[in-house]
Design a protein. Structure first.
Lengths: 110, 114
């Protein structure tokens, strides 16, 4: 069974304080690791897809990396508007569905 | 272009009633997915359509849940004899294809069963 574990559950940062969010996964035949951002009362918003170990993608203050066991979402000099829940998900094997972690709630104080 | 839309945004019903939740995917997207999200949890897969057919319904919790997509576009999730445990946010997503395409989510329908 595919498993996704995200840590920490919650993270509080000061504006400008860089940090990383972790996503550990156990799957058989990874066919994509996905990062989403979710604001309260909204649906998940797509950020990145990573397909193979060593791959990296960047968007503004966010950078996602992938190894064979985990992915990191690095946030550089965060701003209060980066406050949200960040979800990690995997697609594996012959499945088309995504298996999600519980998410990491990020709060950035001004 | 327009994203995935879902109606209603909120639905309050009584235990034992029947409800229908609607999803309108992004135009041209052939794959459509339903997920359910409880408070403090990530979305959990329910069912996936490729075109008009349900390609994977392994996430439906029991036979009270059913979904259709008769013309390969709009989908309806139907829940019979609702229970309080069905209360959650029901999310719909669509993608260009099933193999590698990113899934784009709608805003969700918040279902509350009293």
């Amino acid at each position: 069974e595919d498993q996704v574990t995200q840590s920490p559950e919650a993270l509080r940062l000061q504006e400008g304080e860089s940090s990383s969010l972790n996503c550990s996964y156990t799957v058989s035949g990874l066919r994509g690791l996905f990062w989403y951002r979710q604001d309260p009362g909204k649906g998940p918003e797509f950020l990145f897809t990573l397909y193979s170990a060593g791959e990296e993608k960047e968007k503004e203050r966010l950078k996602a990396t992938l190894t064979k066991k985990e992915s990191f979402l690095h946030i550089t000099a965060p701003k209060p508007e980066d406050s949200a829940t960040y979800l990690c998900a995997v697609r594996a094997g012959a499945n088309s569905k995504l298996t999600f972690g519980k998410g990491i709630t990020l709060s950035v104080r001004p | 272009g327009a994203g995935v839309s879902q109606t209603p945004s909120n639905k309050v019903t009584e235990k034992g009633k029947y409800v229908e939740l609607r999803c309108d995917p992004i135009s041209g997207h052939t794959a459509l997915y339903w997920y359910r999200q409880s408070l403090g949890q990530g979305p959990e897969f329910l069912i996936y359509f490729q075109g008009t057919g349900a390609a994977d319904d392994s996430g439906l919790p029991n036979d009270r849940f059913f979904a259709v997509r008769p013309e390969g576009s709009v989908s309806t999730l139907k829940i019979q004899r609702t229970e309080r445990g069905d209360s959650a946010v029901y999310l719909c997503a669509s993608s260009l294809g099933s193999s590698r395409g990113e899934q784009f989510f709608g805003p969700g329908t918040r279902l509350t069963v009293l």
